[in-house]
Ligand binder design. Sequence first.
Ligand code: AMP
Ligand code: ZN
Length: 459
Amino acid sequence: MNLPSIRLYNTFTRRKEELRPLDDGVVRIYSCGPTVYRYVHIGNLRTFMLPDLLRRSLEYLGYKTEQVMNITDVGHLTDDTFDRGEDKMLVSARLENKSPEQIAAYYTAAFKDDVRKLGIRPADTYPHATDHIPQMIGLIEKLLEKGHAYEVEGTVYYDIASFPAYGRLSRNSTEKLIAGSRGEPDPRKRHPGDFTLWKAAGEHRLQVWPSPWGPGYPGWHIECSAMSMLLLGERFDIHTGGADNVFPHHEAEIAQSEAATGHRVVGTWLHGGLLMLSGARMAKSAGNFLRVTEIEEQGLDPLAFRYLALQAKYRAPLNFSVEGLEGADRALRHLRERVAEWSQNEGAEGLPVRTEWDMRFRDAIAEDLDFPRVMALVAELARSTVAPWTKAALLRDWDRVLGLDLGRTDFNQALPAGAEELIAEREKARAAKDFARSDRLREELKALGVSVVDRSIEK
Ligand code: AMP
Ligand code: ZN
């Protein structure tokens, strides 16, 4: 298939590389998802927006995509950098006096609502870690067989010394890893940097499964190796996550998956920059975070956050401020109003102008998802002498990638009772080319005080 080439920055090689999907025209993506012990914040959402922008861009360019995003509902410890602490799910269960299953169900649903508010399309599959324990056990057995893991008193550790490439993704040397391990190292580990694949559990633990090493639960890293390879195969195109996932999570994932299969599994490692608040990383655990619902409560459009995020390079850290968000909200509303205005009268501009602008858009998204360049292009188009109708048509096309709801015409005000039904009726009439009926409905809407702006039927 002759699809346009797209270049992406691969954390593994520290270079921009041309994407070459393993399967012609289909790009398979695994994205690290939320740990469902609390609400997600807009920092997490920035990371989840990355694969959404990636998929929308790829699809705009003619590719098909398949995305798997895991739901972590076991094994993510409070101190994941140093592989210790308590399971976050159990801490929340205790605090909220609920079962871990109730906590997971509640926060998974909240996550899906929040994601929708930001125009992030759902993944094709959301595997839950607790539904894949046998696959994780199978993978751990394989690692033990191949000499990459060892068991001590029912706990299985990954032996990082057995995998020479350990540290390559994050550019961490083994020495640095030792120097970096704080406090008392776990005396059962051969190397302080070894990480847990399976953890023996005490009797009192709520989430516990039988295993060849006794009752216990899986580590956080093994779930992503097991579920990605189960659902996407032992080789797939792109793996996404936040910059804070590079070490230890993705370093460990590479060590596990590659040691088990004997080959490279992920083609491109794509990492999103962190969202910062007052100079520190926005974090659930630190409590310095903002939810998308809080944006709404302030009377701002959640998509203003999307607009804000699009102004920054996806890989760069982004400093969040309420003023910045308010500015984005104003700019977004203004842009929608202009699109509605430009849509009003059909122009007679030739196709070449439209194609020329669209090529520039395609070039920008294909160059490592250069959305700051896209947003500058949007501004340039708005200021240009291009016919208004062409501007509107281009922006509505581009919005398939931007996801900013630029075709919205209802703006701020709520619609009067009955108007929605009339609008829906009118859409149907227009689709059926029953223009007499659609004109009558327009009059009825006018009587309700609603004026409708027609766009010409696209393509
Ligand atoms: P968690 O629910 O803690 O497992 O995090 C879910 C995702 O959000 C992970 O992929 C993290 O990399 C990402 N993440 C966490 N904090 C931030 C932040 N401040 N900015 C951007 N992404 C973040
Ligand atoms: Zn993961």
